[in-house]
Design a protein around this ligand. Structure first.
Ligand code: KIV
Ligand code: ZN
Length: 513
């Protein structure tokens, strides 16, 4: 019988720590539903002590998501552990993940503690966590650069204190596969009570080795891998879930190890995370990049047409690329829509279905073909609308080869209509200037990216805008069949995330277009 590898997804915790990737409560919930449908074993839902918002997100996910274990992160401090326990309490299966740094540089320069003090805190944290929840994971932060003797001591002590999952993070992505695999083997051989715990790894990608290091650990007995969708995470990111899962599946001749992941949900989940975080997936990214299954060279195309396996080691369908197909049209009813959402792993209750059905009909009228990505996009747009302080009422843009582009906009700001007209270097620039003349602060535009969600000239365009204001970075997405409207929606979505954003006192000019 094949072995089982537990997939611990930390998109909502380490992934969310990527610069510019913070998510609001509704967005985190949507990602959590999609991770549960994907079949991950553990969802690390956040770091409850970090902020009330983080606590609330972990608590809601623990209350609503069925199937996976829900983990909350906690430093080895009593307060952190109490908050994490409170946050994960409603979960069917709850876990506290507590950690402390163990490498000489972290202990001396960051914690200013001796190894004995660190060991004592780790043991106390695990004991406290075990008194509050049935399952405790302990991480030795920066284990990759920790002295092996001390790592063995702290692992043994925390297992004795009740940790049943021991996580060995390569926090700074410093290890090479042979070294890291060797560390896992040595730990399992040298720690006397090693058989009482599952060994886990958490690899960062600073040298591009996170997946290779994770696999080397699996080859040496690790049975939990911590990873993220699209490889999101601090700095260069974490090991990418889709790559690990597909390596194990595609090379089952070498790894007789199974995961619980439904691989056909990988691409929809990747797209959802990319849309929500505003972090585009590079086209040549393995598995989920737009080019991952595209064959350009004539020789390759010829080969694939003759026999798919000539140049494809896995099928696009096996990772969910077929979801980009027409599923519904304007004659489809509510039941078909609900059932398609269920297939995509999204629960839609009656009220939400009524609202989303209205948007579906409007879109189906505008577009000949409605794809899964369109369905996810109209779902998202609707949920965001509830909490918007600024809403787009109307936008009219005139532009052409001989005219200066001009945009006339009407916004509803906290219930009141405000209007402005602006010229710009292009229609998008004119629309942005008109919006910015009505609200403040505007933030500094760090990123403006356009992406077609589906194929064809009637495709919905997806625009991502990233703004920076007073040290805070926010993302906004907008989707529409009109790219200028999508851009305006994206800017407004980002502005809505700036806490101090309000209507400008000085009235902007309005003359229509
Ligand atoms: O990279 C790291 O060490 C972490 C720990 C909290 C597991 O993210
Ligand atoms: Zn990490």
């Amino acid at each position: 019988m094949s072995d089982r590898l537990y997939i611990f997804d930390t998109t909502l915790r380490d992934g969310e720590q990527s610069p510019g990737c913070s998510m609001n409560l509704e967005e985190k919930l949507r990602v959590a539903y999609s991770l549960a449908a994907l079949g991950v074993d553990i969802i690390e839902a956040g770091f409850p002590v970090a902020s009330p918002g983080d606590f609330e997100a972990v608590h809601r996910i623990a209350s609503e998501i069925h199937g996976p274990t829900i983990a909350g992160l906690a430093r080895a401090h009593p307060k952190d552990i109490e908050r994490a326990a409170e946050a994960v309490r409603p979960a069917e299966k709850a876990r506290i993940h507590t950690f402390i740094a163990t490498s000489p540089i972290h202990m001396e320069a960051k914690l200013r503690m001796s190894p004995d003090e660190v060991l004592e805190m780790a043991v106390a944290a695990v004991k406290q966590a075990r008194s509050l929840v049935p399952e405790v994971e302990f991480s030795a932060e920066d284990a990759g650069r920790t002295e092996m003797d001390f790592l063995c001591r702290i692992v043994e002590a925390t297992i004795a204190a009740g940790a049943r999952i021991i996580n060995i993070p390569d926090t700074v992505g410093y290890m090479t596969p042979q070294e890291f695999g060797g560390r896992i083997r040595e730990l399992r051989e040298r720690v006397p009570n090693a058989d009482q715990a599952i060994f886990s790894v958490h690899c960062h990608n600073d040298l591009g080795l996170s997946v290779a290091n994770s696999l080397a650990a699996v080859e040496n007995g690790a049975r939990q891998v911590e990873c993220t969708i699209n490889g999101l995470g601090e700095r260069a990111g974490n090991a990418s879930l889709e790559e690990i899962v597909m390596i194990l599946r595609t090379r089952s001749d070498r790894y007789d190890i199974e995961t619980g992941v439904d691989t056909t949900k990988i691409v929809p989940t990747s797209k959802l995370v990319s849309q929500i975080t505003g972090m585009p997936v590079q086209a040549n990214k393995a598995i989920v990049g737009a080019n991952a299954f595209a064959h350009e060279a004539g020789i390759h195309q010829d080969g694939v047409l003759k026999h798919q396996k000539t140049y494809e080691i896995m099928t696009p369908e096996s990772v969910g690329w077929t979801t980009n197909r027409m599923v519904l049209g304007k004659h489809s009813g509510r039941a078909a829509l609900k059932s398609r959402y269920e297939e995509l792993g999204v629960e839609v209750d009656r009220d939400a279905l009524n609202a989303v059905f209205e948007r579906f009909k409007i879109l189906a009228d505008k577009k000949k073909e409605v794809f899964d990505e369109d369905l996810m996009s109209i779902l998202e747009h609707g949920e965001e609308a509830e909490s918007e302080r600024v809403k787009l009422s109307s936008l009219h843009v005139a532009s052409g080869t001989k005219d200066t582009p001009v945009a006339a906009i009407e916004l509803e700001i906290e219930g009141k209509v405000h209007k402005a007209t602006s010229e710009g270097d292009g229609p998008v620039d004119a629309a942005f200037k008109a919006i910015n003349s009505l609200v403040e602060p505007n933030g500094k535009l760090l990123l403006y990216a356009v992406n077609a969600i589906t194929a064809g000239t009637d495709a919905q365009g997806e625009v991502t805008v990233r703004l920076q204001d007073a040290g805070r970075i926010v993302n906004g997405q907008g989707k529409d069949t009109d790219i200028v409207v999508a851009s305006a929606k994206a800017l407004i979505a980002a502005l809505n995330k700036l806490p101090d954003m309000h209507a400008r006192e000085v009235h902007a000019q309005y003359s229509g277009v």
